[in-house]
Design a protein around this ligand. Structure first.
Ligand SMILES: NC(=O)c1ccc[n+]([C@@H]2O[C@H](COP(=O)([O-])OP(=O)(O)OC[C@H]3O[C@@H](n4cnc5c(N)ncnc54)[C@H](OP(=O)(O)O)[C@@H]3O)[C@@H](O)[C@H]2O)c1
Length: 251
């Protein structure tokens, strides 16, 4: 590793699993002090132990404003700033039009939209000139997908938040970008197929067949895109959506 994030303070929400965990590991290996969040304390403790290096776990639900206040108060006291903020926490489930419930809508928009909005807004006082905000989008934000309209619409919303926020932040030197993965082999993805291992493998095999590269991605492949967006390598990249999808949404 080349210590590209030496002396930087990075926050990865939902940093206990999948893409967030892989990104937190990479950021820590590159020298950052990484704060990770998640809603389950035992899973958070395990992730902190696995990441090693300068890492702090804070139990926080991105949809709960008081949790975000506690997270940022802790960082303000310890560092007074955030250099990299990856609003990664999120996820979803599937229901077709006709069966969408209020709980389904509130859960998905709560995690993917409300959570992202307040994760970023409440961090603003700590985001100084030169800092980088990364939002977790998805290829489904630009696609139609059966049974997945609410999740897909929530990710389309995330994409527009970046476009609009770079105008709200004009002149402040804070960049906001979106990383939009295709299918990535994580717990969040395979659980869309339920608990059954054979069904989970069936989903992975089907998704792999839809990707021009012929496979699903690994969380580490998204972490590397997040690292690019986190560093000055992307110093003039702002309001962009970077797809890391093996070509799935590009054809
Ligand atoms: N995997 C894919 O194929 C894929 C593709 C496109 C986009 N994405 C997006 O990438 C992001 C990460 O996905 P993933 O597949 O890595 O998910 P994952 O394996 O299910 O991990 C999700 C992480 O977020 C945390 N989390 C969930 N809701 C939270 C909340 N309200 N507050 C704080 N933490 C929360 C989870 O921990 P707790 O449950 O303990 O809170 C966990 O650490 C999500 O935004 C997802 O929509 C994923």
């Amino acid at each position: 590793m080349s210590n590209r994030l030496a002396n930087k303070v990075a926050v990865v929400t939902g940093g206990t699993s999948g893409i967030g965990l892989a990104t937190a590991k990479l950021f820590a290996a590159e020298g950052a002090h990484v704060y990770i969040t998640g809603r389950r304390q035992d899973v958070l403790n395990a992730a902190v132990a696995e990441i090693g290096g300068k890492v702090t776990g804070v139990k926080a639900d991105s949809g709960k404003l008081e949790d975000l206040d506690r997270l940022y108060d802790q960082i303000k006291t310890a560092h007074g700033r955030i250099d990299v903020l990856f609003a990664n926490a999120g996820g979803g489930s599937m229901l077709p039009l006709g069966q969408i419930t209020e709980e389904h809508y509130d859960d998905i928009f709560g995690r993917n939209v409300k959570g992202v909005v307040f994760t970023v807004q409440k961090a603003l006082p700590l985001l100084k000139e030169g800092s980088s905000v990364i939002l977790a989008g998805s290829i489904v934000g630009i696609e139609g997908n059966a049974n997945f309209s609410i999740y897909s619409a929530s990710k389309a919303a995330v994409r527009n938040l970046a476009r609009s926020w770079i105008l709200d932040l004009k002149g402040k030197g804070v960049r906001v970008n979106v990383v939009s993965p295709g299918p990535i082999h994580t717990t969040g993805l395979v659980e869309l197929a339920g608990d059954d291992k054979a069904q989970q493998q069936g989903l992975l095999d089907y998704l792999a067949s839809t990707v021009p590269l012929g496979r699903v991605g690994e969380p580490e492949e998204i972490a590397k895109v997040a690292l690019f967006l986190a560093t000055d390598d992307s110093s003039f990249v702002n309001g962009a959506e970077i797809f890391a999808d093996g070509g799935k949404a590009q054809v």
